[in-house]
Design a protein around this ligand. Structure first.
Ligand code: PEP
Ligand code: MN
Length: 337
């Protein structure tokens, strides 16, 4: 349920409503807009108390939220959420471009990639230090050594860093270096991990699980938001279908759908979404045209020898070509890239 305060409600009236809600054992989440404050009320059957709140001074409306995702719901916060990452507002008028190799493999390869990406105009660097690999016998990431390499790239390029956390035990070390913590597709329903990152004060990039419905994905976001971390960026990275020529099927429907249902920013990852280098640029552009707030692509200086996801990695030249195509598309959409 949400309690919409009148535009002239005083801070004391807002506080009184919050206290009353809490006295009933319910949780509150405040969303302060320019013209009105909305109090999100979470708990069992809050709508039973509707009349109590309607009579409280300063209250304009009391509205039930029938969908199970409450805080990520656009009814709770009608305006798009903007999340500051480095110099960019994700969810705003810039097309946010994140690029980097799947895994941090060595200092030399990461720095070479980072320099090329910065020159080409990437806004943030990605790279996994802790990798969720399907087989336990493949490269699992450099761990803490990978994080030091990421820290060096951040210091040299000034670009923000996105890196994955696989378990709560990784969080402390990754938070030191990364500007955004990634929750991978395989962990989208790792609810204890989601609650843990909900207590972190850094944005979370939440990838869609490979078999997750949009509602399940938003409920996963809800685990983070309900712990007080309101900075969640959703990432559509393809779902499993019967098609075998591509690694996954990038669900473009999900982009405008998420924008309808939620105020959270949403980006596309056409690298995992297709699994094929030749398809990545087209699907990146398609994602932006569908309303995504950004793209995340894998780029490797020598994809043929990459330790993970080489087949879907763009070369630095391929990334430069993508940027050349993204800029006029962003401009046509009234944005910048
Ligand atoms: C990744 O970003 O390299 C990754 C492992 O992605 P996903 O969790 O979407 O498979
Ligand atoms: Mn990858």
């Amino acid at each position: 349920m949400i309690i919409v305060m009148r535009h002239d409600a005083t801070p004391a009236q807002i506080e009184a409503v919050v206290k009353t809600v809490q006295s009933h054992g319910l949780k509150t989440h405040l969303s302060g807009g320019e013209e009105r404050t909305v109090i999100g009320v979470i708990g069992s059957n809050p709508f039973e108390l509707k009349d109590t709140f309607l009579e409280a001074p300063g209250v304009a409306e009391v509205i039930p939220i029938t969908k199970p995702y409450k805080l990520s719901n656009r009814e709770f916060r009608p305006r798009d959420t903007h999340i500051r990452v480095g110099e960019r507002d994700v969810g705003g008028e810039t097309v946010w471009v994140v690029a980097g190799p799947c895994s941090v493999e060595s200092e030399e390869m990461f720095m070479e990639t980072a320099r090329r990406l910065k020159t080409a105009g990437a806004h943030a660097l990605r790279g996994g230090a802790f990798k969720p690999r399907t087989s336990p016998y493949t490269f699992q990431g450099l761990g803490r050594d990978g994080l030091s390499i990421l820290a060096g790239a951040r210091a040299e390029t000034g670009l923000p860093i996105i890196s994955e956390v696989l378990t709560p035990a990784d969080i402390e070390a990754v938070v030191e270096v990364a500007d955004v913590l990634q929750i991978g597709a395989r962990n989208m329903q790792n609810f204890s991990l989601l609650s843990e990152v909900g207590r972190v004060r850094k944005p979370i990039l939440l990838k869609r699980g490979m078999s997750a419905t949009v509602e399940e994905w938003l409920l996963s976001a809800e685990y983070v938001l309900s712990q007080g971390n309101y900075e969640v960026i959703l990432c559509e990275r393809g779902i499993r279908t019967f098609e075998t020529y591509t690694r996954n099927t990038l669900d473009l429907n999900a982009i405008p759908l998420i924008r309808e249902l939620s105020h959270l920013p949403v980006i596309v990852d056409p690298s995992h979404g297709t699994g094929r280098r030749s398809l990545v640029a087209s699907m990146a552009l398609a994602g932006i045209a569908a309303g995504a707030h950004g793209v995340m692509v894998e780029v490797h200086p020598h994809p043929e020898s990459a330790l993970s996801d080489g087949a879907q990695s763009l070369t630095p030249e391929g990334f430069e070509a993508l940027m050349e195509q993204l800029r006029p598309l962003a401009a046509a959409l009234g944005k910048t890239a």
